[in-house]
Design a protein around this ligand. Structure first.
Ligand code: ADP
Ligand code: ASP
Ligand code: MG
Length: 402
């Protein structure tokens, strides 16, 4: 079998953890499997590197940021390879470019175009364990790029897809995908299985256990994933196309604190305004999520919408001159908000899920500022301070009295 394993930052945080990973990998190698192992930077290395950059130049170019950030993974691949050598097994470590990761040129959030896996294949043919730096690749200018935070998950799935691996295991610091972040909600339950679509929503809505692009890619190339712990040797959660029917309507609760709400107050209540506002936002390459338009009154209306927190100011800048031109009363953004969501394919065919969620919030005395729904999710925007309480209250409502 060809097995791709990925180990996150906490799984390789120190020498002892690196040795533990070497043990997991070589146990599988010894059973006769071909092993490709993707690793992230140790512990908080990536965050620490970002701090170092900010100390010198908060406006550093994205190209130089990527040159810096790729260093984190270079440390961990070499250390893991040394650990595997120590256990007496043949191994080679490869940087993203050596492993054939070709990306576009969107520094700090590059997309993988393809994985030219000949080198990996050649090393496997020599019976080597191949350790690959996650999160990085190379663009057409031969510059290093990174795939965005949490991108090592995507590196692993990309290799598994390109090489038609038999198994893709994502090892992390919790035992799988839970009904809520197990570090925040004590009663969170581990899921045996979850569909790609549900996982994609959860990941996009704030459950960082898997990077959303990795789930998108896993779905596209039908790569079955297992999320499991590098510390407890127990089965984890399987992420796949179809799961067996379960009685639970919802699979999980997620929370995203990195959102901002942009408001445009008192715009003329005439056709074309929303079109113009959102084309300006699109032109600035800002992703819009929840949109709310008030009922027109006295010839004016208000439009508010959410964007990633980091884009709040850019959204206001993009709208400023237009909003002045049409004589709106006010334009601004506030980042004091968070988005809490529930996800589950089961809710599509069941009434009352939304009302139950809102009841949980009401009972916890939490005010809802915006709502959005789709077939498999409901999101609400609330005050950031209420976020953790909201997740607990909603989780309690749906899961604690089963
Ligand atoms: P890694 O470094 O292994 O990539 P991450 O920190 O990116 O690990 O992701 C694992 C973390 O995701 C867990 O420690 C947990 O706190 C968090 N998390 C958030 N939501 C969930 C969830 N629904 N299930 C499991 N973990 C979750
Ligand atoms: N080291 C990178 C990060 O911290 C990539 C990853 O962990 O997946 O975002
Ligand atoms: Mg991660």
């Amino acid at each position: 079998m060809l097995i791709v394993q990925k180990f996150g930052g906490s799984s390789v945080a120190d020498a002892q953890r690196v040795m533990n990973v070497a043990q997991i990998v070589t146990d599988k190698y010894r059973e006769g499997n071909d092993m490709v192992v993707v690793v992230s930077a140790q512990g908080d290395t990536t965050d620490d590197l970002i701090v170092k950059a900010q100390e010198i130049n908060p406006n550093a170019s994205k190209r130089e940021m990527d040159m810096l950030l790729t260093a984190g993974e270079q440390i961990s691949i070499s250390l893991l390879a040394m650990a595997i050598e120590k256990l007496g097994f043949p191994v080679v470590s490869l940087l993203g470019w050596q492993a054939g990761f070709r990306t576009n040129s969107a520094y700090t959030s590059a997309r993988i175009k393809k994985v030219e896996s000949e080198r990996i294949r050649a090393e496997l043919d020599k019976k080597k364990i191949v350790v690959v730096a996650g999160f990085q690749g190379i663009n057409k200018y031969d510059d290093m790029t990174t795939l965005g935070r949490g991108g090592s998950d995507t590196s692993a799935v990309a290799i598994a897809a390109a090489m038609h691996a038999d198994l893709c295991q994502i090892y992390t610091d919790v035992e799988g995908v839970y009904t809520a972040d197990p570090r925040k909600v004590e009663s969170a339950k581990k899921l045996e299985e979850i569909t790609y679509d549900e996982m994609l929503e959860l990941a996009t809505l704030g459950a960082q256990v898997l990077n959303n692009r990795s789930v998108e890619m896993a779905k596209k190339y039908n790569v079955e994933l297992e999320v499991l712990s590098s510390l407890a040797r127990r089965p984890g959660t399987i992420v796949k196309e179809v799961t067996k029917m379960e009685k639970t309507l919802i699979k999980g609760v997620a929370c995203d604190k990195h959102v901002a709400r942009v408001k445009v107050i008192g715009v003329p209540d005439t056709p074309g305004i929303a079109f113009k506002i959102f084309s300006l936002i699109a032109k600035a390459h800002i992703n819009v999520d929840i949109i709310l338009q008030s009922i027109g009154r006295d010839g004016t209306k208000d439009i508010s919408f959410t964007v990633p927190e980091a884009d709040g100011q850019a959204a206001v800048d993009a709208l400023k001159s237009y909003v002045e031109k049409i004589g709106a009363k006010d334009l601004g953004f506030d980042a004091d908000v968070a988005k809490v969501s529930i996800v589950g394919a089961g809710m599509e065919t069941h009434d009352g899920v939304a009302s139950e969620m809102f009841e949980a919030l009401y009972e916890a005395d939490i005010n809802i500022r915006m709502i959005s729904t789709s077939e498999i999710k409901i999101s609400v925007l609330i005050n950031k301070d209420d976020c953790d309480r909201a997740v607990s209250a909603i989780h309690h409502k749906f899961f604690d009295n089963e």
